[in-house]
Write a protein that binds this ligand. Structure first.
Ligand code: C2O
Ligand code: CU
Length: 460
């Protein structure tokens, strides 16, 4: 024991001291992963749930035993989860208690322009704004985050992100895991200084080597021996996750825009910034005491510890959803993503963001094919650069990639897609909604901040 072996006690003490220091905070699997709290409406009317949410600075615990200055929604590093249902409205009054203007975008939301968090439409310091979310859209894992022009990368990096879950009308009948067995997990990276402060060094995204799940580093999460629905979101501003569960099957059931037509069993999963993938993992196939590590290509992300057997009647049906047919004869537009001609910014079709320019005028209700080409090829001057294309207002379908079929998991609706260097892909979207301006951009937010954003205008 430790008394008989002073040397080992010394090592033990050193170990404790090291764990308290942020530099060593990435000791894997020592903190438990929290599930973000579910927001409570301040009022419920016949057709609307009404919320108030403050944008405010907060000292939060990310690394164990240390506090970190963060910018938050509601005071927690992962904001409260808003739970909505298809067809029932949500209204949120956002109060800006930060010391700078900011806003909120409902990523993946089909919302009117004045509630979309347009980058130039900010909530002034001390002011509040009420946003209306109609939820006239399929059940899906959405998220909300800051979209302040030029500051979105920084604001999101410092904590302005949370889940917004829409439940579809038929969803319960499917028998998928629910309740405690339905868990949103926000994955992202971060870079800390010795005192626990968040460092944002745009030149060195690779320095963001601490991986967080729901805002804690390399956590463990106790699970029942049962099926779980895990709603994965990558909220990193640059990092692409390449996930696996040590060869264990992850059945993908949904993408950005909700359920896939059929489940897609996979053992690896690529998740680019802002993408969501819902997977079902059957922990019931594993003995009590099993520990399953979710890893990224660069190392572990979190661990699931199978703790106890419970009755489980959940299932994954072989058909999840019937998709509407794609409308015919749409217009085609070309979107070239790449370093700007000036070579000091990023651009779409060689143009950097200009709030006074409308890049695409679209008649409400029409369907269009967009051909997206990533011109930052491996043999270009700057080498290959990945981009992630995100379109506001609508969900789209992926038609093809380099003339071949979409990737597994792209069979349903998407709002964000990874476009590899030199890749050419086609998507189709039907622009129902409201007249007004909406942005589309690269969701590697450092590229977006550096000009890779444009806007469409819905006209009638
Ligand atoms: Cu998630 Cu325009 O963004
Ligand atoms: Cu990009």
């Amino acid at each position: 024991d430790a008394h008989a072996h002073p040397a080992s006690e010394h090592i033990l003490r050193m170990g404790r001291a090291a764990m308290a220091s942020p530099r060593q905070a990435a000791q894997p699997f020592t903190v438990r992963m929290p599930v973000p709290r579910v927001a409570t409406p301040v009022r419920r009317t016949a057709d609307t749930d009404v919320y108030t949410l403050a944008l405010r600075p907060a000292q939060v615990e990310i690394l164990p035993g240390t506090t970190t200055a963060a910018l938050t929604y509601g005071g927690t590093f992962v904001g409260p989860t808003i739970k909505a249902r298809t067809g029932r409205k949500v209204q949120v009054t956002y109060v800006n208690a930060l010391d700078k203007p900011a806003n909120v975008h409902l990523h993946g939301g089909h919302v009117p322009p004045e509630s979309d968090g347009y980058p130039m439409d900010l909530i002034a310091v001390g002011a509040s704004r009420t946003f209306d979310y109609p939820n006239r859209q399929a059940g899906s894992t959405l998220w909300y985050h800051d979209h302040t022009h030029h500051m979105e990368a920084e604001h999101v990096y410092r904590g302005m992100h949370g889940f917004y879950l829409v439940e579809g009308p038929q969803e319960r009948r499917l028998g998928l895991p629910r309740g405690r067995h339905d868990v949103p997990i926000m994955l992202r990276d971060a870079h800390f200084d010795a005192t626990g402060g968040l460092i944002l060094d745009v030149e060195h995204p690779e320095a963001r080597s601490t991986l967080l799940a729901n805002g804690r580093p390399l956590p463990y999460f106790p699970v029942d021996a049962a099926g779980y629905r895990l709603r994965l979101l990558n909220s990193s501003i640059h990092r692409i996750f390449r996930l696996d569960l040590g060869g264990v099957e992850m059945v993908q059931i949904a993408s950005d825009g909700g359920l896939l037509p059929e489940p897609v069993p996979r053992t690896t999963l690529t998740l680019a910034p802002a993408e969501r993938a819902e997977i079902v993992v059957d922990f019931g196939r594993h003995a009590i005491g099993s520990k399953l590590v979710l890893s990224d290509a660069k190392g572990p992300v979190m661990r699931f510890d199978v703790t106890r057997r419970v009755p489980d009647t959940s299932r994954v049906p072989s058909t999840l959803r019937t998709l509407p047919p794609l409308p015919a004869s749409p217009t085609t537009r070309r979107m070239k993503l790449g370093v700007a001609p000036s070579k000091t910014a990023y651009a779409i079709n060689d143009l950097t963001w200009d709030a006074d320019r409308v890049d695409a005028r679209i008649t409400e209700g029409t369907s269009e094919i967009w051909e997206i080409y990533n011109a930052d090829t491996v043999d270009s001057e700057f080498g290959g650069i990945d981009h992630t294309f995100h379109l506001h207002l609508v969900q789209f379908r992926v038609l093809d990639r380099d003339g071949g079929p979409p990737l597994p998991g792209e069979s349903g609706f998407k709002d964000t897609v990874l476009v590899r260097p030199g890749e050419r892909m086609r998507i189709q979207a039907t622009f129902t909604g409201w007249p007004g301006r909406y942005v589309y951009h690269c969701h590697m937010q450092e590229h977006n901040v550096a000009g890779m954003m444009a806007q469409l205008e819905i006209v009638r």
